[in-house]
Ligand binder design. Structure first.
Ligand SMILES: Cc1cc2nc3c(=O)[nH]c(=O)nc-3n(C[C@H](O)[C@H](O)[C@H](O)COP(=O)(O)OP(=O)(O)OC[C@H]3O[C@@H](n4cnc5c(N)ncnc54)[C@H](O)[C@@H]3O)c2cc1C
Ligand SMILES: NC(=O)c1ccc[n+]([C@@H]2O[C@H](COP(=O)([O-])OP(=O)(O)OC[C@H]3O[C@@H](n4cnc5c(N)ncnc54)[C@H](O)[C@@H]3O)[C@@H](O)[C@H]2O)c1
Length: 470
């Protein structure tokens, strides 16, 4: 066994993705001695390599393609608009290569020792690398992310060749047909990408609606848009058999009780991801897991072994990159006693689904308030009655504002429609500052913009409060 004899690190980070890198950066800036251990061929994390950035690069291309294809609506003749998959792929590779190189440069800056290996705990203060080297540290951060899950309960899946999101993001040709299993964010974003480049796409989701964590009203807007674009969408399903051969795959399922069979050239498994914990030997470190298999953490990201923190997808509760970053930073600050820090405020939860139309939410939603039996005011306004969205032919969806009934403090918002991912940020600052609808109505709103659509629900709530006070 190779043993590393130097003194213990102040912080040893396992996993150099968004959570791990940002924890290391913060700890190093506090003057701490930091090691990052990661066995990936390229250390840049899921977001840069196979998540947010490649998917949004490709989706932006198909957004432009889609607009070009409906050029006639705008008085334009672009009849030959098509995806050039080799060029699309090359552009994505170049952009991702640059982001990854930038991250590699930051990791190799000399501020941290980087060990290119996977790590496992041998005791609460020691990890072992693949070559037998052991490293010790006073504090640890587990930031090992997540991996695609292959649910055993789906008959035939494990025995059938399938693509994951990694494969879809690497495509340099147009697949003639694809069956997408699942209707979560990964499935929906990439099903629309595949459809827009020209594949025949079938999507099979178990629950009554796709994007099941969102309101039925919002997901129905996206379902309608998907059907309008020609996606063969099935919800309320139970998969009964999956089989495949060299020619393609067959999926048998029931949908609302009826038997359905679909065939396609390729199968895309988007049934979810699971935390990367199995190879860490966490029992040796006294680190406990939740029922979902994530590392159980408190509000400071500390695990059941208090000197071992966890952040990002491995800890959850949401696989969202800005939360992974915030959790990594919080863990590092807490570990080294930085004063005045605050836990992550989950009342500010921000979520964006980059479909078209996109769906974005912030804060607390109606269903949660109803469950808690809390009083609230809500107002909505449709995009098909707003000047800017009408001229953009962006008619799907609506904006919704939710506020507390006495003073009009904004509690949350939901936007499904054009530029929702950017529009939702209009509420980020006000929500953090506990602003009211009256505060936002004092602000100027330029005409004609998509943003000014928000004045309608804000005014409606303000009116309801004024009437109730008369
Ligand atoms: C297709 C797709 C699109 C997405 N799009 C978005 C988006 O638009 N917006 C958004 O907010 N989120 C998005 N996400 C989610 C987001 O990418 C993740 O939440 C985020 O990247 C997780 O960061 P992390 O630091 O927890 O893990 P990762 O970035 O996955 O880092 C984990 C690291 O740990 C390493 N590792 C694993 N095991 C070990 C071990 N035993 N020892 C050492 N190292 C180890 C891995 O090699 C890896 O480098 C998307 C995800 C997918 C799959
Ligand atoms: N825009 C973003 O922020 C973004 C983009 C992509 C991914 N992500 C994150 O990555 C994580 C993983 O996303 P995901 O979409 O892979 O997972 P997910 O868990 O969100 O979705 C998987 C879906 O598959 C469905 N499903 C499971 N078993 C099924 C079955 N037997 N038959 C049919 N449907 C079944 C589930 O009901 C669920 O809706 C998410 O937590 C998400 O937050 C975020």
């Amino acid at each position: 066994m190779v043993s590393y004899m130097s003194k213990p690190y102040d912080l040893l980070v396992i996993g150099g993705g968004s959570a791990g890198f940002n924890a290391a950066r913060v700890a190093a800036s506090l003057g701490k001695r930091v090691a990052v251990v990661d066995g990936a061929k390229i250390i840049a994390g899921l977001c840069i390599l196979n998540g947010c950035m490649p998917s949004k690069t490709l989706l932006y291309s198909t957004e432009i393609l889609h607009l070009a294809q409906k050029g006639k609506i705008f008085g334009l003749k672009i009849p030959s608009a098509k995806a050039d998959m080799k060029a699309l792929h090359a552009r994505k590779k170049k952009i991702i290569g640059e982001f990854a190189a930038y991250r590699a440069q930051a990791l190799e800056s000399g501020k941290y020792d980087v060990y290119r290996s996977y790590a496992r705990f041998v005791d609460p203060h020691t990890v072992e690398l693949a070559d037998g080297t052991t490293l010790t540290a006073k504090k640890f951060l587990i930031a090992t992310g997540s991996k695609v899950s292959v649910p055993a309960a789906v008959p035939g899946l494990a025995a059938t060749p399938f693509w994951t999101s990694d494969d879809v993001l690497e495509l340099d040709f147009i697949p003639e047909s694809v069956i997408v299993l699942g209707g979560g964010i990964v499935a929906c974003e990439l099903a629309q990408f595949l459809r827009r480049i020209g594949s025949k796409v079938t999507l099979i989701q178990r629950s009554k609606n796709i994007l099941k964590d969102h309101s039925a009203a919002a997901t129905e807007v996206i379902q309608q848009a998907f059907r309008d674009e020609g996606i063969d969408l099935h919800t309320d399903t139970k998969i009964t058999a999956i089989s495949g051969d060299k020619k393609g795959v067959t999926v048998k399922f029931t949908s609302a009780g009826k038997s359905v069979i679909r065939k396609a050239r390729y199968l895309f498994n988007a049934l979810g991801r699971e935390p990367n914990t199995s190879s860490l030997n966490l029992a040796a470190a006294g680190v406990k897991l939740t029922g979902e298999g994530r590392v159980r953490v408190n509000r400071w990201q500390q695990s059941s072994a208090k000197h071992i923190y966890a952040g990002g997808d491995v800890a959850g509760p949401h696989d969202i990159v800005h939360l992974a970053v915030a959790q990594g930073e919080l863990a590092a600050r807490h570990a080294f006693g930085v004063k005045g820090i605050k836990p992550i405020d989950h009342a500010l939860l921000l979520n964006v689904v980059f479909t078209e139309p996109p769906l974005a939410t912030i804060g607390v939603q109606e269903s949660e308030l109803s469950e808690r039996d809390e009083k609230f005011l809500v107002a909505t306004y449709p995009f098909n009655d707003h000047g800017k969205s009408i001229l953009m032919d962006a008619n799907y969806g609506y904006v919704k504002v939710i506020a507390e009934p006495k003073h009009g403090r904004i509690l949350g918002a939901e936007i499904v429609g054009a530029q929702a991912g950017d529009l939702i940020h209009i509420f980020s600052g006000p929500l953090a500052m506990k602003a009211t609808v009256f505060d936002l109505l004092r602000a100027p709103w330029y005409h004609p913009t998509l943003a000014e659509i928000l004045t309608y629900p804000l005014e409606e709530i303000a009116d309801q409060i004024k009437v109730s006070k008369k």
